[in-house]
Design a protein around this ligand. Structure first.
Ligand SMILES: OC[C@@H]1[C@@H](O)[C@H](O)[C@@H](O)c2nc(CNc3ccccc3)cn21
Length: 446
């Protein structure tokens, strides 16, 4: 057993998202979002759950920040609900909605916690969806205007900004698989949404540069699953590469860094890319300051001629979380190291990593040993990645609080803090207490 230290000033934090924790979605003049609409449409969410109350963070944010301080968190990643700021997506500003985030940021700074803002974590103003949403090219301007207003209002106190959370999930889970808002099932729309998110992201980055925020850094947060070939066969290796370049960071970083989609996306999926997409690539190719990596699990990919991507996902038979995702810490290292090797970002943050387990309260405590084991194994891989040259500057556990887990409603618990949804009582789980020690020592014994 040896003690491994993380770099000085490593930003240890926790992450949340507006629709998943805030509740009060229409309070104080806020507009409806596509997730308010989607969750209130019968059949979309398990048990008919909605984000109407969630973890009641909109009203309990001071209590939650006190919990963050008690755990010794250095940073807090949260998202802004666009419809609280612009109830109709654009035009009229909602002062009370802006006030909430003003107060939230001030309370964080007072507690000595570094804010890390995500501008978009899926709760699009419903009125913009009525105009086509992310499938409408005009959304690049709508998003950039919203982003610029946030830079002007919070840029004096917030240095770290991410434009989009998991644009792949927005595009494909929301517009091809239909399991997330807005519930569409059209592959051409999914690729158009991919492309318009890139246009919106880069337009917002240019607005960020214009805002000239002191020590400001802006990036994008991308979902990733470690895809390994099921065998050493060339067919399986190609299938795994295609899965990686479509499902992971390359789909967005190749345009941002190199001004085109990845080779396998162009080879296997070209017919679905927007017509004349390459004309937008010059504006999409815009330098960013960091890449946010979300990682949870990995799989094996086996050649499958009947699959659109020429491959299918295969399990390894490893232990799984409550989401059915296999626990594969090695994949965390592979994604981080692969990112640094393929795109050499100036900085990397782990913006989400965590696990859902069947947490139970026993005598007022939650002994979530499986979550501690999951996190410990992933921290070991993060440390190895740093040793091998990955410019990893921080880590945000998903999530601070148990919360609304999208189509699964409240049936899945990811928090290091337990939320009793009947009473809104918070209980710091054993994992939250363990994490506090890791942060305090900035080290891991393994
Ligand atoms: O599922 C846990 C979290 C979720 O609560 C976050 O809002 C979201 O950013 C998030 N992304 C993933 C991984 N990607 C993913 C893939 C398919 C569907 C949903 C998420 C996990 N999570």
């Amino acid at each position: 057993m040896s003690t491994k230290y993380f770099p000085k000033d490593f930003l240890w934090g926790a992450a949340t998202a507006s629709y998943q924790i805030e509740g009060s979605p229409l309070a104080d003049g806020a507009g409806s979002s596509i997730w308010h609409r989607f969750s209130h449409t019968p059949g979309n969410i398990l048990n008919g759950d909605t984000g109407d109350v969630a973890a009641d963070h909109y009203r309990r944010y001071k209590e939650d920040i006190a919990l963050m301080k008690e755990m010794g968190l250095k940073g807090y990643r949260f998202s802004i609900a666009w419809p609280r700021i612009y109830p109709y997506g654009k035009g009229k500003i909602n002062v009370k909605g802006m006030d909430f985030y003003d107060r939230l940021v001030d309370e964080l700074l007072e507690a000595g916690i570094t804010p890390f803002i995500t501008l978009y974590h899926w709760d699009l103003p419903a009125t913009l969806q009525d105009l086509g949403g992310w499938a409408n090219r005009d959304i690049a301007c709508w998003f950039a205007d919203y982003a610029d207003y946030m830079f002007q209002r919070l840029g004096d106190r917030v240095e770290n900004w991410s434009t989009l959370n998991e644009p792949w999930v927005v595009a494909f889970v929301g517009h091809l698989f239909g399991e997330h808002a807005p519930g569409m099932k059209d592959i051409y729309s999914a690729f158009l949404v991919t492309h318009n998110q890139l246009r919106a992201h880069s337009k917002a980055v240019r607005a960020f540069r214009e805002a000239n925020i002191a020590n400001g850094k802006i990036g994008i947060t991308l979902s990733n699953t470690s895809h390994d070939p099921a065998t050493d066969s060339m067919e399986d290796k190609i299938a795994a590469k295609v899965a990686h370049e479509w499902n992971n960071y390359p789909l967005f970083l190749h345009p941002i860094y190199y001004g085109d989609y990845p080779d396998t996306v162009k080879e296997f999926l070209k017919e679905y890319l927007p017509k004349n997409y390459y004309k937008d690539m010059e504006e999409i190719k815009e330098e960013i300051d960091f890449v946010g990596i979300n990682y949870y699990s990995g799989d094996l990919v086996k050649f499958d001629p009947d699959s659109p991507l020429g491959g299918k996902s295969v399990k390894r038979g490893l232990p799984k979380t409550e989401m059915g995702w296999e626990i594969y810490p090695e994949g965390f290292y592979k994604i981080l190291k692969g990112l640094q090797d393929e795109y050499n970002p100036k900085e990397v943050y782990v913006t989400e990593n965590g696990a859902a387990f069947d947490d139970k309260v026993e005598n007022g405590e939650v002994h979530d040993h499986k979550r501690i084991d999951y996190l410990k194994k992933h921290f070991e891989m993060a440390h190895k990645a740093i040793e091998d040259g990955v410019k990893l500057k921080g880590y945000f556990v998903w999530s601070l609080l148990d919360n609304f887990e999208w189509a699964f409603g409240y049936s899945k618990r990811f928090g290091i803090v337990y939320v009793d949804y009947n009473t809104q009582k918070r209980i710091i789980k054993d994992s939250g207490k363990w994490y506090s020690q890791i942060i305090k020592n900035n080290s891991l014994d393994f």
